[in-house]
Ligand binder design. Structure first.
Ligand SMILES: [Zn+2]
Length: 381
């Protein structure tokens, strides 16, 4: 067994305590005061366990963000780990509860477990007294669950200085596989204007926005391609005023997912530039691609192989998989920085009432992260 793993196994209760402390400080994305309170907890934990550099990135609309550093700050590049403090849970919505070695609670899996293993991975590196050539930067954001509008800039800025990015987001249940592929996402709004008329008196003079919308929806669905990994969902529609009036207006919200960055531009053009089907109607589509995909590139496969080797030396097999959901790893992968995701704990139930993590596995995930960080921070080549 590696020294790092045996050290962390000896710290299992202390690791669980860090996770419980972070979980108790509930942090719904939209409540700045609560997220800031959780931010103080992670800062205290970082200072208590590691004591490296701390930079607070003050925010007005969302919780303050943190940039923690350990290692060699004068190095020209760094190893970056990104995590988010915010959760999808309102305060008190989910009970914190321990049953045997399983911890249930808001954000334990997505992703306070990941924040915990990152703190302890850096702590293990520190206590191993190894020479670090690159800086290890741990960026903690506060709005991932609501689209990362307030952190995208700093994420990209830090990613550009990085040789590699690790995302300790929840792993793939139930076996803890890492995520070597994430879909890109886009969100668009469609607005159709028709000509209203009385459905009985002058039915042939109107131009129905709803009828036009029906054509548009079916036409949009033609862009979906299962083999290519492109999906389109029109998840919300609105329109019309009453049954006997030809609808003057209709709107729709469109969600797009795709696996290849090369598809982004073409999809955007096809969604935005839309001819109408019914004479007299007008259409306007706004929106954009929000996150590029994390593609399973050669670099990502290399990172996975590195991780698999470490896991094998710890006595288990590490799997890989893909997911349709996006994370902040999509931003860093989108600008070409090798990124691997799903390094968080073994557990299940992200965004569901069953959210939980396996406490006995935390030392293994912290050791996995510590050793992959060391591979890139201690022996740059
Ligand atoms: Zn997350």
């Amino acid at each position: 067994m590696s020294e790092i793993l045996s050290y962390l196994k000896g710290q299992q209760d202390a690791i669980a305590e860090t996770l419980i402390n972070l979980t108790k400080a509930e942090s719904p994305s939209t409540n700045k005061d609560l997220v800031d309170r959780c931010g103080k907890v992670i800062r205290e934990e970082f200072e208590r366990l590691i004591g490296g550099s701390v930079e607070v990135i003050e925010k007005t609309e969302v919780g303050n963000q943190y940039k923690f550093g350990y290692g060699n700050e004068s190095a020209k590049d760094q190893v970056l780990i990104i995590g988010h403090l915010d959760t999808v849970w309102d305060e008190g919505a989910l009970k914190i509860m321990q049953e045997g070695n399983t911890l249930y609670g808001p954000g334990v899996f997505d992703m306070k477990g990941g924040l915990t293993i990152t703190l302890w991975a850096i702590k293990a590196i520190k206590d191993a007294n190894l020479k670090i050539n690159r800086n290890i930067t741990f960026l903690v954001t506060t709005d991932e669950e609501i689209g990362s509008e307030h952190s995208k800039e700093i994420i990209l800025q830090e990613a550009k200085k990085s040789v590699v990015v690790f995302i300790p987001e929840s792993s793939i249940a139930p076996d803890g596989s890492v995520k070597t592929e994430r879909k890109g996402t886009g969100h668009f709004s469609m607005k159709i204007e028709g000509i209203s008329a009385h459905a009985g008196i002058n039915a042939w003079e109107g131009a129905s926005a709803i009828e036009e919308m029906a054509h548009q929806i079916l036409d949009l669905k033609k862009l979906a391609n299962r083999k290519e990994g492109i999906s389109i969902n029109i998840g919300l529609i609105n329109g019309g005023t009453r049954a006997n009036v030809i609808a003057k207006e209709a709107t729709a919200e469109i969600d797009v997912r795709f696996t290849k960055k090369a598809h982004a531009e073409k999809l955007t053009q096809k969604i935005i530039k839309r001819p109408t089907f019914i004479k007299g109607t007008k259409i306007e589509v706004t929106g954009k691609i929000e996150r590029y995909p994390l593609e399973r590139t050669k670099q990502v496969i290399k990172l996975y192989k590195d991780l698999k080797k470490i896991a094998a030396s710890h006595g288990y097999e590490l799997g890989e998989g893909s997911t349709g959901g996006a994370s902040d790893g999509n931003f860093t992968a989108g600008i070409g920085i090798p990124t691997i995701d799903g390094l968080g704990p073994v557990g299940d139930g992200a965004h569901s009432e069953d959210e939980h993590v396996d406490l006995t596995n935390l030392p293994y995930r912290a050791a996995l992260l510590a050793e992959i960080i060391l591979k890139y921070a201690a022996n740059p080549n």
